[in-house]
Design a protein around this ligand. Structure first.
Ligand SMILES: [Zn+2]
Ligand SMILES: [Zn+2]
Length: 143
């Protein structure tokens, strides 16, 4: 069974890029961090234990992870690109707080069934699906 690390090594090899320790640290850091971090947030986390890693390296490596299909790039209203692991089959949706930026994930098989039904009604073959709901989280509703 090939691991995500193998997948990344294959990708780097095919593109004539080196497997470097820094790239592997960034991959590990990405996989073990909370989801939806921007490259900058991941960089700030990694920097604590790896002072040699620069922001540009993290930024470029996250682009490579997105290209290789390991990470998905997401945009939630602000201008940040956020990343989450690409866990193929399981679909989840997002609630995003306009005030504090909190991102809550949820799954709902009824929504999924409705989306499939809608696609089928339009003879549409789905490649992927996204659903984002914006508003205020419980903490931000109290004045
Ligand atoms: Zn909030
Ligand atoms: Zn998510």
């Amino acid at each position: 069974m090939s691991t995500v690390k193998d997948q990344f090594r294959d990708y780097l090899g095919k593109h004539g890029l080196k497997v470097t320790r820094q790239r592997e640290i960034i991959l590990d850091g990405f996989l073990s961090s909370p989801s939806h971090l921007s490259a900058e947030e991941l960089y700030l986390r990694l920097r604590k234990d790896n002072p040699n890693i620069g922001y540009a390296t993290v930024y470029r490596t996250m682009k490579l992870l997105a290209d290789s299909g390991i990470a998905s790039e997401r945009h939630f209203g602000d201008r940040q690109t956020r990343y989450e692991p690409n866990t193929s089959e399981e679909h989840h949706y997002h609630l995003i707080c306009n005030s504090c930026g909190k991102i809550i994930e949820f799954e709902d098989s009824n929504i999924e069934a409705l989306l499939m039904k809608t696609a089928a009604a339009h003879d549409f073959t789905l490649s992927h699906q996204r659903l984002e709901l914006y508003g205020l989280c419980p903490d931000c509703q109290t004045i």
